[in-house]
Ligand binder design. Structure first.
Ligand code: GLA
Length: 735
């Protein structure tokens, strides 16, 4: 084991990646403490920072005898259980059969192996023996004999470490887990900022940076989905950290359900972070021999600012999380009919959109909501996954054949987790929903959640969907989810297991998605939950792209895509050109600008192409061509945020650089022009300072250093919302 070591004498564990290091130690009474996470500091074991002092009102374990200096209340721990004198937020809370709830975790053993651990039914990063190493540390509670195995996946090249926890009841009596976070990390005395991504439907992942304060701060979702409101990805950083400089730490939960990240600054100015499944409405009963696994947290450290941290996540997800064969290969450029037609279409209308799409150089037509049952509005038919032949005469196979005949691929929208009360499925199986007995249901978008904790419900839905997919050639699926989970009760589970419903729902989703991707490995799969309501690392394990937001307004998208880029690869963000005035905001932005913004994602269209003028069609052809030329940069390149839209209200800029640094594109939008303007300079990043780069437009040649340190002026006086674009390619020869 090269990247994970254990020193028998000092009992110190060291995990190393190329640019980071993580240390833990087993100390008195087999207590596992956290020593360090940060820059690689060589062969020093960071044991010298632990200080043992008599702290008032911080208790001491019985074994410590008269020693009042040993207290779990102030020691940095690796995974703390409740009820042992540590009054901070804990990772594990259980209830034993006798009603007591203390759980005292002590080190028992550890093992290491090459390759990455995996989790049963849960998404997680994968890694071969050459890519990753695993450390498993077993802790145990002496009284209940609950085993708690801390799992660490170390990816040296990617500079990420993953954590998860596997619990096994090796005792005789049942243990009810009431809180099982995926990870805990303690920082010694350090004043940090907290960055998180909040929002709402159509305004997802707005960035907020706040100083940590004493007490507990948290972000969470109790909606049964990772949510539009708070993303399960956060950053802690030094106060002086910027895009380019300073230390920062990322924590990403690969989970698509209820989550909570809590950060506590304690009485000793120490900071504790815990992240995992939200304890709200959560419990899980482990009978003798049962196992429970938490979702995985993917953590990363950068000493080179937030930009570098994002690039670590982008690379890690693209190489060892997203499994789709499309992850690094060009995706079909699509047109989706949702904003073009909503529910009002027939096969001719669809075919005409597809025909124009072909003319302008698109690759795929996607049929969105409204093709099945009696679905002429969102009040009806979810669950009835048979084509509506009144709308699509001749059925899907015929439509698909015609579209394929144009040389276009075909994609389809589904929403498998849902049911409408007005549906054949509901009339037949009214008990297949999540519903609290005797209480009325909360409706949302007039639909209800299917009880997909139940296997027979999952089997039925997937069989119906497979029938459709087997009946014609479908190249792409958009899997939607248009309401939060509520009415949380499963008639298939006993009263004492109702706390498992939220989690079992998510496991149900994962199982259904796994069946889909393993049955159709060539399918391009896009996730969606009313836009970006389930934009999380868990979903990326199944689909290489996620519809970023139902908001297609190019100007709003600048902030949504900016926020999303902190934790997720650009190639994972579904982004489409739509009409103006925009359906959501009423705003008008130039066609070129809409295309530039959608090009910072998986590019497509969402408008009635048949209504474009001839001139617009010609322009669209150019946009598509330009996107195809830059697509490999979007898929594989390094991404730089050159401006912060919350600070710079005049323009927004971002940059792609190819991994070999030979090609770079700067794109952006001029938000607000002023009369008698300042000269605004764009400073590029990530180039070879000593090589020459040629401006693809003007032919001017600059050194990489000149582009990075002297900058290039932005055009002025062209009006608001105008697109900004630069392209530079390395020319031969050093300086
Ligand atoms: C959600 C999606 C949209 C569209 C509609 C259809 O809102 O995010 O893109 O598919 O559902 O009902």
């Amino acid at each position: 084991m090269k990247y994970i070591t254990y020193n028998d004498e000092s009992r110190v564990f060291v995990l190393r990646t190329n640019h980071s290091m993580y240390q833990m130690q087993v100390i008195n009474f087999d207590t596992l403490v956290h020593l360090y996470y940060g820059a690689n500091i060589g062969d020093t074991e960071i044991t010298h920072r632990l200080m043992f002092l008599d702290r008032g009102f911080s208790g001491n374990p019985y074994e410590a005898g008269d020693d009042r200096t040993f207290s779990l209340d102030v020691l940095p721990q690796e995974y703390s259980g409740y009820g042992n004198g540590d009054y901070r937020i804990n990772s594990l809370e259980v209830e034993h059969q006798d009603g007591s709830d203390a759980v005292h975790l002590r080190y028992e053993s550890h093992r290491m192996w090459k390759g990455k651990y995996s989790l049963e039914g849960l998404p997680c990063m994968y890694g071969s023996e050459d890519e990753a190493e695993t450390l498993e540390i077993t802790l145990y509670d002496r009284i209940s004999n609950l085993k708690v195995r801390l799992l660490y996946g170390v990816f040296p090249e990617l500079d990420v470490i993953t954590r998860a926890v596997r619990m096994e009841n090796e005792g005789e009596n049942p243990v009810k887990i009431q809180r099982a976070m995926s990870m805990e990390m303690d920082y010694p005395n350090r004043h940090m900022d907290f960055i998180h991504f909040y929002g709402r439907h159509t305004m997802e992942r707005q960035m907020e940076r706040l100083p940590l304060h004493h007490g507990v701060q948290s972000v969470e979702s109790k909606r049964g989905m990772s949510s539009h409101q708070h993303n399960p990805f956060i950053i802690l950083c030094d106060k002086k950290t910027t895009e380019k400089h300073g230390e920062c730490y990322g924590y990403a939960l690969a989970y698509s359900g209820n989550h909570r990240c809590e950060i506590e600054v304690d009485q000793m100015e120490q900071t504790r972070v815990v992240m995992g499944i939200h304890p709200y409405h959560f419990s899980y009963i482990l009978n003798k021999g049962d196992v429970f696994e938490t979702p995985e947290v993917i953590i990363a450290y950068s000493s080179e600012g937030l930009g570098k941290l994002s690039r670590i996540y982008h690379d890690a997800y693209r190489s060892n999380l997203i499994r789709s064969k499309y992850v690094n290969s060009p995706r079909p450029v699509l047109v989706n009919n949702w904003e073009a037609t909503y529910f009002d279409f027939n096969e001719e209308k669809l075919f005409n959109i597809a025909k124009t799409a072909k003319e302008i150089g698109l690759d795929m037509f996607v049929l969105d909501d409204g093709w099945f049952g009696n679905r002429n509005s969102d009040y009806t038919s979810l669950g009835d996954w048979q084509v509506n032949e009144e709308k699509i005469r001749g059925g899907l196979p015929k439509l698909v054949q015609r579209i394929n005949g144009l040389g276009m691929k075909f994609g389809l929208w589904i929403e498998p987790e849902m049911i409408s009360e007005d549906s054949e499925l509901y009339r037949k199986h009214p008990d297949w929903i999540l519903r609290i007995p005797e209480r009325r249901m909360t409706r949302s978008r007039s639909q209800l959640n299917l009880d997909i904790t139940r296997k027979e419900v999952r089997d039925h839905v997937m069989e119906k969907i497979f029938e459709v997919l087997d009946s014609c050639k479908v190249d792409y699926i958009k899997w939607d989810m248009n309401r939060s989970v509520d009415n949380v009760f499963s008639s298939a589970l006993p009263p004492e297991r109702q706390g498992e419903v939220f989690h079992r729902y998510v496991l149900g989703v994962y199982e259904m998605m796994e069946r889909l991707v393993s049955r159709y490995p060539d399918l391009l799969f896009e996730n969606c939950a009313g836009g970006g309501g389930r934009f999380d690392a868990g979903m990326l394990y199944y689909s290489p792209q996620i519809w970023c937001s139902d908001n297609t307004d190019a100007i709003d998208r600048l902030r949504i895509q900016y926020g999303t880029s902190f934790g997720y690869p650009i190639s994972s963000m579904g982004a489409h050109v739509s009409v103006c005035p925009n359906h959501g905001t009423g705003r008008t932005a130039p066609f070129d600008t809409r295309a530039i913004v959608a090009s910072a994602g998986t590019f497509g269209y969402e408008l009635d192409l048949a209504k474009l003028s001839d001139e617009e069609k010609e322009i669209a052809k150019e946009h598509i061509q330009e996107y195809k030329e830059m697509e490999m940069l979007v898929l594989n390149g390094d991404y730089y945020r050159l401006t912060n839209p919350y600070r710079n209200h005049e323009y927004v800029l971002w940059q792609f650089v190819s991994k070999d640094k030979k090609e770079t594109i700067v794109n952006g939008v001029m938000l607000r022009n002023e009369s008698n303007p300042h000269i605004h300079l764009v400073y590029l990043e990530g180039l070879e300072p000593d090589r020459h780069y040629k401006d693809a437009d003007t032919g001017a040649v600059y050194t990489g250093a000149a582009l990075m340190y002297a900058g290039v002026p932005l055009p002025v006086g062209q009006g608001d919302y105008q697109p900004l674009k630069f392209k530079f390619c390395m020319t031969d020869g050093d300086i």
